[in-house]
Design a protein around this ligand. Structure first.
Ligand code: UDP
Length: 327
């Protein structure tokens, strides 16, 4: 693995966003040079950390990407994508443009400037309905929503570019990213969140009246859906490990990132109530379309290839890292 990183300059595309800001933090702490490229559409300037350079730009702007890549960039971490599954089914054209055209623009700007390494934010959504759990990377790839399709589409393009000797890549298939840096250094909350824990937190802080739990008649122990919640700081660590690996071993790869532990929606609510010391207002609503009952990761390949092991395995501890920002 690459050890001396002080001369490695990384362009973090989408670095002002939720996961991007944690990746930025991890890179800076390990001594990488960091340039954030972000259009601030969902990201926030408040997430730009001391020591990182910033370019405000859009991945649909080829010239802006080209200018950024020409600044002695050695590697790219690409996290600038739209991620609302429901919206991707209503407006595939928005996802085609941002997640596919935008990502291809990045790959092409890399090729034009001789930038050889990319770590890409992929998703468990590439697998579609699980045929078995925990899911490993050998599971069939059959996305059931357009968002998941955009992710595998870019993985496949990266694979071609890699085969053709243009670059090498790491595709990191995230399960459910949650939590905030425990030292409270990242404070920007997502606007208009669509995911479970940020919604629970909005209920906890009075920003939202109640949580609707989508379905309590699933074939799971308490009837609500089970997911694999992985702390964002653990995800961030996987990015720097992946980068070091790519710059040393040069083999491209795709790996799952999760803890392997399943937690139900109801268990998330109960755990939050324990952490915050009060009851949450929630009700049960119909199932949300396209939700598998259970989704957990077999992340042994990430452990094998990268030596990655999540530090956070207890959801209460994870939830506390979010609640601590509120108190
Ligand atoms: N969920 C819910 N109510 C909400 C948002 C999410 O019950 O307001 C459930 C959702 O149905 C799923 C789980 O919480 O079972 C996690 O959903 P999220 O959107 O956070 O992530 P996903 O697993 O869809 O990537």
């Amino acid at each position: 693995m690459l050890t001396d990183v002080k001369n490695v300059r990384v362009l973090v595309v989408g670095g002002a966003g939720y996961i991007g800001s944690h990746v930025q933090k991890q890179l800076l702490e390990e001594g990488f040079q960091v340039v954030v490229f972000d259009n601030l559409s969902t990201g926030d300037k408040i997430n730009l950390l001391k020591g990182a350079a910033f370019i405000e730009g859009n991945i649909l702007d080829k010239q802006a990407l080209n200018d950024a890549m020409s600044q002695n960039i050695d590697a790219v971490v690409h996290l600038a994508a739209k991620k609302a599954v429901g919206e991707s089914m209503e407006h595939p054209e928005i996802y085609a443009e941002n997640n596919i055209t935008g990502a291809l623009n990045i790959l092409n700007a890399m090729v034009a400037n001789g930038v050889k390494h990319i770590v890409f934010s992929s998703s468990a959504a590439v697998y579609g309905m699980p045929e078995y759990i925990p899911l490993n990377e050998k599971h069939q790839i059959k996305p059931i929503n357009y968002y998941g399709y955009t992710k595998i589409c870019i993985e496949q393009n990266m694979d071609w570019y890699a085969k053709l000797g243009k670059l090498n890549y790491a595709a990191l298939r995230y399960f459910n990213a949650v939590g905030y840096a425990a030292d409270k250094s990242i404070t920007g909350r997502e606007r208009n969140p669509q995911n479970l824990l940020p919604i629970i937190m909005e209920v906890a802080t009075g920003k939202r009246e109640k949580l609707s739990i989508f379905g309590n008649d699933y074939d799971t122990p308490d009837g609500t859906c089970v997911r694999d919640y992985i702390h964002v700081s653990d995800l961030a660590t996987a990015h720097t490990l992946a980068l070091r690996y790519l710059m040393t071993d040069h083999q491209s790869f795709a790996v799952n990132l999760g803890t392997g532990n399943g937690t139900s929606v109801k268990e998330m609510v109960d755990a939050t109530e324990k952490v915050i010391g009060k009851k949450l207002n929630y009700d049960y609503a119909p199932r949300r379309a396209g939700d598998p009952a259970e989704l957990t990761a077999d992340a042994s390949l990430a452990r094998e290839i990268l030596g990655w092991k999540p530090r956070y395995t207890d959801v209460e501890e994870i939830i506390r890292t979010v609640w601590n920002l509120e108190i």
